[in-house]
Design a protein around this ligand. Structure first.
Ligand SMILES: [Zn+2]
Ligand SMILES: [Zn+2]
Length: 190
C-alpha cells in the first residue's frame, strides 16, 4: 500500500499543496507480468498538486514529472526521456444512492475511496481517504512516449549496411523514390 492518500477532512476551500514521490519499484509492480516494460525509471516520479474543496467536491490540480530511459524506435539506442504531464481532476461525492454505471466502480469506491471517470478529468469519492495510486498510474501511462525517438530527426539504422546512423554516418545512398514532378521535368527535356 502506498502513501498516495489524501485525507478528505484535511482539505479546505483554500488549496493546499501536496507532493508525492514514487520510485521505480512502484511503477514496475503495476505492470502486468506478460507485458515487460521496455523503459527504465531513472529518477523518481514526482507529483505536485493543489487540493481544495469546491462546493461538495474536491478539485485536484497539478503536474507530474519524471525521467525514464527508453529505446529509440529508429536507432534502438537507449536514451533518457523526460516525462511531463499536467492534470486536473474534479471529484464529486458519491452519495449513498449513487450508482456507478460500471460494477467495478462500487468496489473501487469502497476500497480506494475514489472511482475515476473514463476521461480522467472527473470522478467520485467516498469515505475519509482518497487513494490516488490508480490515478497517478494513468497519468504516468498517458505521458509515456508512443514512439520514442532519441531526437526528432534520428536517422535510425541504415537499411543497407546496418550501421547505426545516429552514431556513425555511412556512405550508403538511399534509393530515392522519384517524384512525379521530376519525371515530368525529365520528359519535357527529352
Ligand atoms: Zn535514435
Ligand atoms: Zn549504410
Amino acid at each position: 500500500m502506498s502513501n498516495f492518500r489524501l485525507a478528505v477532512e484535511q482539505l479546505g476551500e483554500k488549496p493546499t499543496q501536496h507532493r508525492f514521490e514514487v520510485g521505480p519499484g512502484w511503477w514496475a509492480d503495476r505492470q502486468p507480468d506478460t507485458d515487460r516494460p521496455t523503459e527504465t525509471v531513472r529518477s523518481p516520479f514526482v507529483f505536485v498538486l493543489d487540493a481544495a474543496r469546491v462546493g461538495g467536491g474536491i478539485l485536484l490540480e497539478g503536474r507530474f514529472e519524471g525521467e525514464i530511459e527508453v529505446e529509440c524506435g529508429r536507432c534502438t539506442r537507449r536514451y533518457p526521456h523526460a516525462l511531463r504531464e499536467g492534470f486536473r481532476l474534479m471529484l464529486e461525492p458519491a452519495t449513498r444512492d449513487f450508482e456507478p454505471v460500471d460494477p467495478e466502480g462500487r468496489q473501487d469506491l469502497a476500497e480506494k475511496g475514489v472511482w475515476l471517470g473514463e476521461d480522467l478529468e472527473a470522478g467520485w469519492f467516498q469515505g475519509p481517504l482518497i487513494r490516488l495510486d490508480d490515478y497517478f498510474g494513468e497519468i504516468i501511462a498517458l505521458s509515456m512516449p508512443l514512439q520514442p525517438l532519441c531526437k526528432e530527426d534520428c536517422p535510425g539504422i541504415c537499411p543497407h549496411c546496418g550501421v547505426n546512423r545516429a552514431e556513425t554516418p555511412c556512405d550508403c545512398v538511399d534509393e530515392q523514390i522519384e517524384s512525379p514532378f521530376a519525371v515530368l521535368a525529365r520528359l519535357k527535356k527529352s
